[in-house]
Design a protein around this ligand. Sequence first.
Ligand code: ADP
Ligand code: MG
Length: 573
Amino acid sequence: MGSLTQYTKACKIKAQMQVKVLSPELVSKIAAGEVVERPASVVKELVENSLDAGATQIDVEAHGGGIELIRVSDNGVGIPASEVELAFHRYATSKISDLADLEGISSLGFRGEALPSIAAVAEVEISTTAFSEAVGSYLHLRKGDVVRRESRARARGTTITVRHLFRYFPVRLKFLKAVNTESSHIANILTQYALTFPEVKFSMVIDGHLSLQTAGDGDLRGVVNEIYGSALAQAMLEIEEEHSSTKINGLISPPSLARSNRNHLSFFINRRWVRSPLLAQATEKAYHGLLMEGRHPIAVINISLPVKEVDVNIHPAKAQVKFCREQAIFADVRETVKNALARTAIARPKAMPFSSISWQGEPPRMIMDSEPTFVSAPLPALGLPVLRVLGQLANTYIVAEGPDGLYLIDQHAAHERILYDRILTQWSRKEVEIQGLLQPINMEFSPREEESLKSNKESLSQFGFTIEPFGNRSYLIRVVPALVAKTNITEALRMLLDKLVSKESSSPWEEKVAQSLACHSAIRAGQQLSNEEIRELLNQMEQTQQARTCPHGRPTMIHLSLRELEKEFGRLG
Ligand code: ADP
Ligand code: MG
């Protein structure tokens, strides 16, 4: 029966209570509590009002974490003298007048709650001159009541000073954090608006120190420079994409410049700053696989979408919004960021050399003096370990795995090296493989080529060419080195003759011949190779002494050791 007793008791208590309308003062305090959560909320509301008033310059000042004083000055349209008092009435707004307006809201404010709410929890002074009026007005409010009113001169615009925040709200005051924390919230709010409105000149003075100043020239990168520093400002990647119903633009950090928290993600919907876990998630998704665990990108992203697709009226401080098509917006943001990151991934080696990738090898060595010594001379161990083929990249690079990490091999450079070594070896052994042509090729040479041909006739025949004069700078090619038989022979020969007379290289002629023929005969970049062909190429490379550089001394491969990979992936230290 205990529960029944309790029930009767509860009814009695309820009967004693009376439903009554709260006093206006209490209502406004409750409402104020929602709008003005902390000093930074006051800054937010006042700055939004300045922006709505079309200001191009907004100066913010805060003392004692904003509890002692907050002052926001602007050069906006101002408030006509006859309306100043009204602006402090609850639900007084110049920005909307009917439901249609609310559904198509484009101003930052619209609830008409900010000024009365602030006035309910602090002492407020306002000095304003409307664009249409010669003299301005001044109003001083205490506990929401006007205690002084007069005409005052002021340049066009509005200055609102808020003092002793929450003085009559001891509970709220008790919940505020340290002064420094409140100051940093204020700084963060202003930072967000400076990022949203690069065309507005902002300044922020906290406890007498100028802590932010923007140029107001419309350059977002310039604002990022003021906030995050020049290194980041320069490295930020631009995003700009139009989707079916959204337009997304802004700046995002390259993966290399991540931060350890999510505080550097700024989102704006139709240039209204919003806190959005959804958008943060969409952005971070785009970085998936590019950032170490616990690292977060820096981003400034504005999403423009039809005002009907977003509900901004779900939060008293308008800090949150609701999207009609949440999934679509999520996908649009993720795609836009992802695309920008993909574009830089390709450009990356040019813009920023991979410092930790090193190709191992030696500068080109003269492998021949007057006598070919390379066959018997001991060679440094520059060969290759056994490699396992993983695939071909861009029809140009072979991707392979070795006992110590990853190998990226330039197929042309590698093949060039193989052929070059083979030509010189054959030549030194006087075992040049030749091939007679069933159909001799008739070639006409330029005077310069003919000169080259005449002075190198000896060497050319040693390398396997049989060339007969056919009158008037015409020649018949009857036998060629086997190596070039399958290629364009005339082209190979022209290249060789050119190379032999060129003054560019002082290499011995044997090397010149070998280089020229190797280069001409080697597989090209962009040529698709079968797995067998790749396997064969790697086999030959493994038997080549100087496999790591091409005959011109450029690397044939990039080796990323497991250790370097670990370093790149942040698995070390
Ligand atoms: P809301 O911004 O939702 O309209 P507020 O209480 O913030 O409501 O402001 C009430 C009205 O006061 C605004 O609609 C606007 O007409 C006027 N107002 C406030 N601040 C400014 C300002 N800095 N410059 C010009 N007008 C202002
Ligand atoms: Mg407002």
